[in-house]
Design a protein around this ligand. Structure first.
Ligand SMILES: NC(=O)C1=CN([C@@H]2O[C@H](COP(=O)(O)OP(=O)(O)OC[C@H]3O[C@@H](n4cnc5c(N)ncnc54)[C@H](OP(=O)(O)O)[C@@H]3O)[C@@H](O)[C@H]2O)C=CC1
Ligand SMILES: Cc1cn([C@H]2C[C@H](O)[C@@H](COP(=O)(O)OP(=O)(O)O[C@H]3O[C@@H](C)C(=O)[C@@H](O)[C@H]3O)O2)c(=O)[nH]c1=O
Length: 283
């Protein structure tokens, strides 16, 4: 039986892992919410690993508010950089494999073809910068690590774009959504399955991986399909990034090349439209 610690236990991805965990009886999961384990508290991290033995740690804890990060730099740094550093140091000491989740926002978005793991990073906002520094702390500290960069996560759990769109459809007659930011939505349940299967496979090809659902669309296209499937009558307008000013800049193009993870898991990535149907059926 492999023992797996999941940090950030109350967040979207951790709840997705919880909802699929029952399908993997050979794995024993322990979830810690932010109040049970604050990853920015080195003593708490150490005592958690001293108290209980683990084979894997999935770090689902993060500061994920992209706009607020611009004005809460220190807090974002603590959670996205120091937290992963403490986890990496402690996992290394206890020979625990660390699986960390990162983001397409480590790239600047100036590319015109999907980003490979080896492409140069150049984050354009505080959130992306702290996530990249968190990755570097892990790479420099622990050999046994997987860093999985993903994009545009949504699910029936937590806060995400799908739920925001459905809420706004109930409240408004009309909505503008940006059509000039391109990426790939990812159903967090699909990512949860990939992470759990990676553990079950006991694969040791450590390193950085990209995972998203298949398909290249804009946020506008995503909203359009959400409203179509949900039979919402809201009038949806395609707008430009300049018409939707936000504190944080976001990459214009952040499509990830997922061929490396598909190879090690021998698994094709699922199409975003098919996964969206599943997610909406769970709401
Ligand atoms: N959401 C997205 O669109 C994307 C997310 N990612 C990455 O995926 C991962 C999971 O994201 P997601 O589940 O959506 O994020 P959520 O914001 O839903 O979950 C993050 C969790 O981290 C917890 N947390 C915050 N600070 C601490 C701390 N100091 N110690 C322990 N836990 C803490 C939060 O708890 P509390 O609420 O109590 O503060 C929350 O439960 C993150 O690494 C994120 O960067 C990557 C690409 C896209
Ligand atoms: C709510 C709303 C958003 N938008 C735009 C703003 C933004 O450019 C885009 C997505 O908005 P959100 O704020 O929901 O998503 P955002 O927080 O930018 O999502 C990002 O989160 C982090 C954590 C990641 O790691 C990224 O992969 C990505 O998923 O849609 C509109 O155009 N109209 C709207 O009504």
């Amino acid at each position: 039986m492999l023992k797996v610690l999941v940090t950030g236990g109350g967040g979207q991805l951790a709840q997705c892992i919880k909802s699929v965990a029952g399908l993997y009886p050979k794995l024993k999961f322990t979830y810690k919410t932010s109040s049970e384990l604050d990853i920015t508290n080195k003593d708490e991290v150490e005592s958690t690993f001293n108290f209980q033995a683990f084979d894997y740690c999935i770090n689902c804890a993060a500061y994920t508010n992209v706009d607020k990060a611009e004005s809460e730099k220190e807090l974002a740094y603590k959670i996205n950089v120091l937290g992963p550093k403490y986890l990496a140091e402690t996992c290394s000491k206890h020979q625990v494999t660390l699986i960390h989740v990162s983001t397409d926002f480590v790239f600047d978005g100036n590319a015109s073809k999907p980003y490979k793991e080896t492409d140069s990073t150049n984050p354009i906002g505080v959130y992306g910068k702290t996530k990249l520094e968190g990755e570097q702390q892990i790479i420099n500290t622990i050999k046994n690590h997987f860093i999985i960069r993903t994009s545009w996560l949504y699910s029936e759990f937590g806060n995400n774009f799908l739920k925001t769109m459905l809420r706004l459809a109930d409240q408004r007659d009309e909505l503008g959504v940006v059509g000039d930011q391109i990426g790939s939505p990812t159903y967090a349940i699909d990512l949860a399955v990939v992470i759990v299967e990676l553990i079950e496979s006991k694969n040791n090809a450590y390193g950085v991986y990209h995972y998203s659902n298949k398909g290249v669309i804009s946020w506008y296209d995503f909203a359009k399909e959400i409203f179509r499937l949900n039979q919402s009558n809201i009038q949806l307008n395609k707008i430009g990034t300049k018409d939707y000013p936000t504190p944080a800049k976001r990459p214009k193009y952040s499509v990830l090349d997922t061929s490396k993870i598909s190879q090690i898991l021998d698994k094709k990535t699922l199409n975003w439209k098919d996964s969206l149907v599943v997610a909406i059926s769970k709401l």
